[in-house]
Design a protein around this ligand. Structure first.
Ligand SMILES: C[S@@+](CC[C@H](N)C(=O)[O-])C[C@H]1O[C@@H](n2cnc3c(N)ncnc32)[C@H](O)[C@@H]1O
Length: 191
């Protein structure tokens, strides 16, 4: 589990954005916030698949679960670990080009491990617009952060028409993490 993560970290520390895979308690907290049973789910930046496992344990339907991972070596690792799950190799910044347009508005939840705080503002805005185009009207984005601050700055969330709610704090994770949920506050994002 650790070896593929450490190799990815050495290849691109900024892109991985963490010193260790998500711990089991953080993975469970993400799955609790996602309430995955019976839902169509897109997981972004699954890394070594720790959160994927928690989503499956909590009833995520295997044929309705899609993983998007940018690191090709981690994506290959995920393919061996979850041979029956849809894996897309690519960058979340261009996700609209990677997923069939038939999926627009079709996902119930997006579960993200993206290192958002390391990203440029313009990339965050673009990613959030694309995510909320893929999500249905009641869809939600679940995102964790190691920061005491929200993973999406309140001003940016407001600008994008999103409402952020802190769902839990996981102290027994390295480092401690907070799980946030974002949903639409004022109708579809970008309108
Ligand atoms: C903090 S690590 C994920 C940890 C993961 N939850 C685990 O336990 O292994 C962030 C992950 O997001 C991926 N990632 C970073 N930027 C990305 C992007 N723009 N598009 C897709 N995946 C990205 C990294 O390759 C890495 O696997």
């Amino acid at each position: 589990m650790y070896q593929p993560f450490v190799l990815a970290l050495l290849r691109n520390p900024r892109q991985v954005g963490a010193v260790a895979p998500s711990g089991p308690l953080l993975a469970r907290a993400m799955a609790d916030a996602a309430e995955p049973a019976g839902k169509r789910i897109l997981e972004i930046g699954p890394g070594t698949g720790v959160i994927t496992e928690a989503l499956l344990d909590r009833g995520a339907p295997r044929d309705e679960l899609y993983l998007l991972e940018r690191d090709v070596t981690l994506a290959a690792f995920l393919g061996r670990k979850f041979p029956d799950i849809n894996i897309i190799v690519g960058d979340a910044r261009t996700i609209s080009n990677l997923i069939s347009p038939d999926h627009a508005g079709n996902f119930d939840v997006i579960v993200s491990s993206l290192p958002l705080l390391n990203m440029k503002e313009a990339d965050k805005v673009s990613i959030l617009k694309q995510f909320f185009t893929l999500l249905g009207p009641d869809g939600a984005l679940i995102q964790y952060t190691y920061s005491a601050r929200a993973p999406i700055a309140p001003a940016l969330a407001t600008r994008c028409g999103l409402r952020g709610t802190r769902m839990s704090t996981v102290f027994r994770n390295l480092p401690p993490a907070r799980v946030w949920k974002y949903d639409r506050d004022q109708g579809p994002i970008g309108q």
